[in-house]
Design a binder for this molecule. Structure first.
Ligand SMILES: Nc1ncnc2c1ncn2[C@@H]1O[C@H](COP(=O)(O)OP(=O)(O)OP(=O)(O)O)[C@@H](O)[C@H]1O
Length: 586
């Protein structure tokens, strides 16, 4: 039996999954963690592609590069061969590849394609200049940037901008002027332009729906309002329409700070043309994990398929470092008992905490791989990390990545012509020069850029990659990561045989046998700034719910009763209220 047939057989055994799989028109599936949303989506894409013939194709869209990579992996695993017109990627890349790149020029917005995406440092400089133009020098401007960014991300209406105030509007305009004067754009400018094109020119949705008779969306609850508008234009509003198959869970909406509204999923599921299907069976987590997590959100009725499981909490009196140590000891014990190291995930509230975990685990001799990253994970940055793994292990033929696989990723990013061996040779030459694992990461990244990646990133279609690699280079070349070596990069690329360390947000969509969650102290989780606002508190609770539901068999939670802030201040507010809500402490 083929993998696709086997997956379909599994769906058949779950009445609701089967109903969703066979829904002919628009369908929105709402379901809890581990209930097979991504499985359903990938099986449906693979199955539909058997009858969608070129030149028509399909678009599978999700929010982050990590989620897009996972969707692509699952679809290809079901026997689908990559083909032109099969788009599996992020919403941002959909907006760029399918809307701006083909249509911006003919709609008088061609300048967008000649601009470059600003790096983090360039955006910070533009904001600084914009704020200085609008606010007197002694003003408290701490929240100005985040307010402007939230409004820009949500493509705020005129009323919403007016509510924020004239100075916020002025900063936003000055910021865009600053970027434009340097020939730069950011993601929000591009997404807003894509929305304007789709909504303003009828021929664009007509052509897009002809090209993509079906549109599949994973994690709909995380789409920003602008991207929700693009999907609606294509699936509900036009004279021609794509069929929508979307999955999501409003209880896992964790990007509200970016202007996302979890209600959008509910709204789209109630559209008159949509069949709304709710799943209730969690295939991932054992009973105890489902029950404790459900208490957190006051949920009931989630079925499970396996009994048992463990959720426990550990008090570590000496603060976050002692939490890291205790978690390291527990991980070492689990590994010695036979739990695969890569099936243990350590989740932290912040990047800084994740770095502490890596340090402490290394001291204890626990193999560890850091995944929380201060730069965006995209195909190009993750290839650089994998190349670092290969460069540091080239003398060992049993290394984690085969050179042939890396070369094929390299060729795909460089869009190399078949038979052009010079691109392979340039990379192999760069690898040969990178044999010293203690060499600075900046030199390694520069070398990879000069070997062809730099030229490839000038292609406007590689805009996300280009921005992410520029961020990475800024950080290792004089920024916060100046001391990184090739080995540090390699430690991020290598997962096999290592405990993975993630921030709570970056672990979304992943699953582990055991999850160790650190820093669960009031002020940090929930964050003190969220405790004044019921909406923010609800989002922090959902973020913690996502963390707790990553595990199959064991969730262990670490706390100290106080938080040590980077400023040196200590906030003594006891353990997280969520531990009490889950019934783990009195
Ligand atoms: N009908 C089924 N039969 C057997 N296993 C299933 C079935 N549906 C899902 N699973 C398994 O359950 C696990 C969780 O599935 P999946 O990752 O698709 O869930 P999800 O709803 O996308 O989770 P999350 O929202 O937490 O990311 C996977 O290991 C998947 O193979």
């Amino acid at each position: 039996m083929s993998r696709l047939a086997a997956s379909i057989e599994e769906l058949k055994r779950n009445e609701r999954q089967w109903e969703a799989f066979n829904t002919p028109g628009n369908c929105v599936v709402m379901a809890p963690p581990g209930s097979g949303k991504t499985k359903l989506l990938s099986t449906r894409i693979a199955s539909d592609l058997q009858v969608i013939t070129p030149p028509q194709g399909a678009a599978g869209i999700t929010l982050t590069n990590a989620a897009a990579a996972e969707l692509r992996r699952r679809v290809l695993e079901l026997g689908v061969t990559p083909r032109a017109n099969l788009f599996l990627g992020t919403v941002h890349s959909f907006a760029m590849r399918q809307i701006l790149f083909p249509f911006a020029g003919v709609c008088g917005r061609g300048e967008l394609l000649t601009h470059r995406i600003a790096t983090s440092r360039e955006k910070t400089a533009a904001f600084k200049a914009a704020i200085a133009q609008v606010y007197p020098s002694n003003s408290d401007t701490r929240n100005v940037r985040s307010t402007v960014e939230r409004h820009r991300k949500m493509i705020a209406s005129e009323d919403e901008w007016n509510l924020a105030g004239p100075r916020i509007v002025a900063v936003s305009q000055a910021y865009e002027r600053e970027l434009a004067s340097e020939g730069l754009v950011d993601f929000e400018i591009l997404v807003t332009a894509a929305v304007e094109l789709v909504e303003g020119y009828e021929f664009i949705p007509n052509l897009l729906t002809a090209k993509n008779p079906s549109i599949y969306v994973d994690e709909y609850q995380d789409l920003s309002p602008g991207l929700d508008r693009i999907i609606r234009s294509l699936c509900f509003d036009g004279t021609t329409r794509s069929r929508l198959f979307a999955v999501g869970d409003h209880n896992q909406a964790i990007y509200g700070w970016t202007g996302t509204r979890p209600e959008l999923l509910d709204e789209v599921s109630r559209h008159p043309t949509v069949s709304r299907i709710e799943l209730t069976k969690n295939y991932r987590s054992a009973r105890e994990i489902i029950d404790r997590a459900s208490r957190l959100l006051g949920l009931s009725g989630i079925e499970g398929v396996s009994d048992g499981g463990l959720v426990d909490s550990m008090y570590c009196r000496a603060g976050i470092k002692s939490q890291c140590r205790e978690a390291g000891k527990l991980a070492a014990r689990l590994i010695s008992e036979g739990w695969p190291a890569h099936e243990i995930g350590v989740l932290t509230p912040t990047n800084n905490n994740a770095e502490l975990v890596v340090e402490e685990f290394r001291n204890l001799g626990v193999p560890v791989s850091a995944n929380a990253s201060p730069y965006l994970s995209t195909p190009a940055t993750s290839l650089i990390e994998k190349l670092a793994v290969w460069a540091t292990r080239q003398d060992r033929p049993d290394g984690e990545f085969r050179l042939s696989d890396l070369l094929s990723e390299w060729r795909s990013i460089l869009r190399a012509e078949l038979g052009d061996l010079s691109v392979d040779l340039a990379l192999i030459d760069a690898m040969k020069q990178s044999a010293d694992s203690e060499e600075l990461a900046a030199l390694f990244v520069e070398r990879i850029l000069q070997s062809g990646l730099g030229a490839a990133l000038r292609d406007p279609l590689r805009w996300e990659d280009s921005a992410a690699v520029s961020d990475l280079l800024e950080l290792v070349d004089g920024g916060q990561l100046l001391d990184w070596t090739i080995q540090t990069l390699a430690d991020r690329g290598s997962r096999t045989g290592r405990v993975g360390v993630y921030t709570m947000s970056s672990a979304k969509g992943l699953e582990f046998d055991a999850t160790l969650i650190l820093g669960v102290d009031q002020g940090q989780i929930p964050h003190f700034s969220s405790t004044y606002n019921s909406k923010d508190l609800a989002e922090d609770r959902r973020k913690f719910y996502v963390a707790v539901t990553r595990s199959r068999r064991r969730t262990s939670i670490f706390y100290s009763g106080f938080v040590e802030w980077q400023s040196g201040k200590i906030g003594r507010n006891g353990p997280s209220q969520f531990l009490r809500e889950m019934g783990l402490i009195e």
